[in-house]
Design a protein around this ligand. Structure first.
Ligand code: UT7
Length: 310
């Protein structure tokens, strides 16, 4: 996470909102915001070095870098290429994946296929965002939600533990419910932040998120012939505590079995699932052998899940 923290109380000073509203409607208490000049690549570099250390490998053993991000440093080269250079591993495949808040699950799914097919041995998979640069700080419907951060894992071939299955989907018919108003080939202006800002029809997104995440949980369990009681931990995308609670309820899981970071991190989009995974593991709550269900939902719409035996 970047060091700088902006609390709800801080936001009250420049936007028409209250700490009470934000906590009640989203569960968010504070969020981390990248410092001036601090980039997506800076954060994912730090996260990657920690993931590499945690995996007990040397960076040179990595043969593929996949980064989930919607807020790359540049349009191109990809942030994965910038990261690869910083890690000193030239020649490895490196590319970004943009599936909004589901980007990390998409990246994990791709990495899993490469490893299972034998085409890659060790893959660095990350999710990283500087979403606060893409939003309008004066728009209370989005500014209180989004945040910055990065998380990473190293995947390698093994019979177990590991990724049991991944599931990814999208539906472009909902593209206008959540996204940026301008891009490179649409509406770009060389003034006022390039016209860049996130807009969202929050209520519609909320309903779709709850419904869709419920469905992907069913799909994941069915594909693995598994009962919901076999899931030890839910590691959800951290958009809204109420959305997370709805998925937990569907799984009949007590909230103690759900990793929550939204209160301190806000919605870090592609970074939220790996950050929650990191917190669950480093805090010692998630133990070897535990069954983890990761899920995410984001703009596009996109959504996905991964079932993992830790
Ligand atoms: O990560 C990608 C996926 N994203 C999501 O999953 C987000 C999904 N959506 C949500 O989490 C929720 O819809 C929000 C948190 C964005 C909004 O919560 P809500 O309960 O759906 O509120 P609402 O949009 O229905 O707004 C309720 C009221 C409105 O006032 P009126 O029209 O009832 O007078 C808003 O203008 O709250 C007002 N409002 C605010 N008030 C204080 C909206 N934003 C704020 C704010 N502070 N920041």
């Amino acid at each position: 996470m970047p060091e700088k923290i902006v609390t709800n109380k801080d936001m009250e000073k420049f936007i028409d909102t209250t700490d009470e509203w934000i906590q009640e409607r989203t569960g968010i208490k504070q969020r981390h915001v990248a410092a001036e000049g601090e980039t997506t690549c800076d954060m994912i570099e730090r996260a990657s070095l920690r993931a590499i250390a945690a995996a007990g490998i040397d960076a040179t053993e990595i043969d593929m870098v996949i980064l989930g991000t919607t807020t790359p440093d540049l349009i191109f080269p990809s942030t994965a290429c910038l990261l690869q250079e910083r890690l000193g591993i030239p020649g490895t495949a490196a590319f970004d994946i943009n599936a909004a808040c589901s980007s990390f699950i998409y990246a994990l799914s791709i990495a899993d296929q490469y490893i299972k097919s034998g085409m890659a041995k060790k893959v660095l998979v990350g999710g990283a965002e500087t979403l606060t640069r893409a939003m309008d700080w004066n728009d209370r419907t989005t500014a209180v939600l989004f945040a910055d951060g990065a998380g990473a894992v190293v995947l390698e071939a093994a019979t177990e533990p590991g990724v049991l299955s991944t599931h990814i989907h999208a539906d472009g018919r909902y593209a206008d419910l959540l996204g940026t108003d301008v891009g490179v080939s649409v509406g770009f202006k060389n003034e006022h932040n390039g016209g860049l800002k996130i807009s969202m029809k929050g209520r519609d997104v909320f309903k779709m998120a709850v419904r869709t995440l419920g469905k992907i949980v069913d799909e994941t369990l069915a594909d693995n012939n598994m009962d919901k009681s076999e899931i030890d931990w839910l590691i959800p995308h951290q958009a809204n505590l109420r959305i997370i609670s709805a998925t937990a309820k569907k799984l009949e899981m007590p909230m103690e079995k759900v990793i929550i970071t939204v209160d301190r991190h806000g919605n870090t989009s592609a970074a939220s699932v790996p950050l929650a995974l990191d917190e669950g593991i480093r805090s010692g709550r998630i133990k070897r052998g535990d069954m983890l269900l990761l899920e995410a939902f984001g703009g596009g719409f996109t959504w996905g899940s991964a079932l993992i035996r830790y």
